[in-house]
Design a protein around this ligand. Structure first.
Ligand code: NAP
Length: 244
C-alpha cells in the first residue's frame, strides 16, 4: 500500500526538496503552501507528470480552521496520512530589543502553533491506525541559540521539547516523533543574509559547504522509513559539522 505524506511549507526550500524525494520513493505527496500558490501547483504538476500522486493544498498552518479544512480535503482524496512533516517556518533577524509583540506572536504562531494544529489533526487517524511518523523541523539555532534570532531560536528549541514529550506520549501507539535540526541550508530563508555572513558560516562548517534542501530531505526520508523504527524522541542534525 502506498503511504501518504503531508509536508507543510512545501512550496519552497527544504519542504519542496522533501516533496520531490518522497514522490521518488512512491509516497502520495501533499504539498501544503500558504502564499506561494504558483510554485506549489508547479511542483504538483511536475510530480504528477513523473507518475506520482501529488496534491497542492493551501492552508496557513497557524490557522486551525484552515488546517481542519486541509485535512478534510486530504481525507477525501487520499484517506489517512501516515507521515506528517511539520516543516513550515518563518524567521527574522534583528536585535531582541527591537522585536515587536506582533512579530513574536507571528513567529510562534507559524513555527509552534502550526505544529500543534497539524499534529492534532494527524494524530486522530494515526492513533486509530496504531501507526504514524511525525517529523518536526527544528534548527541548529534551537540547540545552540543564535544572536539576533532570539525569537526564532526560542521557537526551534520549543520544537525539540514538543518532540520529546509527544514521543513519550504516543510511543505506545506505535507513533514515532522525531526532530530534524538542520544547519545552514541554501534556501529562500537565508536569502537576506549578506554574502559575508554566508561565507563566514561556510568557513565555520567543518565539511566546508552550505547544505541543500535534499541533504535535509534525505534525513527526513530515513526518519519516515522502517529503517528508523526504533528511533523516537530524537533530534538528528544534518549540519556539516557546524554543531558537534
Ligand atoms: P523557505 O525556503 O523560506 O520555505 C518556507 C516554507 O514555509 C514555504 O514553503 C512557505 O510557504 C512555508 N510557510 C511559511 N509560513 C507558512 C504558513 N503560515 N503556513 C503554511 N506554510 C508556511 O524556508 P526553508 O529554509 O525551506 O525552511 C523550512 C524549515 O526548515 C523551516 O521550519 C525552517 O525554520 C527550517 N530550517 C531552515 C534552515 C535553513 O538554513 N534554511 C535551517 C534550519 C532549519 P509559502 O511560500 O507558500 O507561504
Amino acid at each position: 500500500m502506498k503511504k501518504t505524506v503531508l509536508i507543510t511549507g512545501a512550496s519552497h526550500g527544504i519542504g519542496k526538496a522533501t516533496a520531490i524525494l518522497f514522490a521518488k520513493h512512491n509516497y502520495n505527496v501533499i504539498i501544503n503552501y500558504n502564499t506561494s500558490e504558483d510554485e506549489a501547483k508547479k511542483i504538483e504538476v511536475d510530480l504528477i507528470k513523473q507518475g506520482a500522486n501529488a496534491l497542492a493544498i493551501k492552508a496557513d498552518v497557524s490557522r486551525q480552521d484552515e488546517v481542519k479544512e486541509m485535512f478534510g480535503v486530504i481525507n477525501d482524496t487520499f484517506g489517512d496520512i501516515h507521515v506528517l512533516i511539520n516543516n513550515a517556518g518563518i524567521s527574522s533577524q534583528k536585535l531582541f530589543t527591537d522585536v515587536a509583540e506582533e512579530e513574536w506572536d507571528k513567529i510562534f504562531d507559524v513555527n509552534i502553533k502550526g505544529i500543534f494544529n497539524c499534529t492534532q489533526f494527524a494524530l486522530k487517524s494515526m492513533i486509530k491506525n496504531h501507526f504514524g511518523k511525525i517529523i518536526n523541523i527544528s534548527s541548529i539555532w534551537g540547540l545552540t541559540g543564535a544572536s539576533c534570532e532570539v525569537v526564532y531560536s526560542a521557537t526551534k528549541a520549543a520544537v525539540i521539547g514538543f518532540t520529546k514529550a509527544l514521543a513519550k506520549e504516543v510511543g505506545p501507539c506505535n507513533i514515532n516523533v522525531n526532530a530534524v535540526a538542520p544547519g545552514v541550508i541554501d534556501t529562500q530563508m537565508n536569502k537576506n543574509m549578506s554574502v559575508e555572513i554566508m561565507c563566514d558560516l561556510k568557513e565555520q562548517t567543518p565539511l566546508g559547504v552550505i547544505g541543500t534542501g535534499e541533504d535535509v530531505a534525505q534525513t527526513i526520508l530515513f526518519l519516515a522509513s522502517d529503517n528508523s523504527k526504533f528511533i523516537t524522541g530524537q533530534v538528528i542534525s544534518p549540519n556539516g559539522g557546524i554543531v558537534i
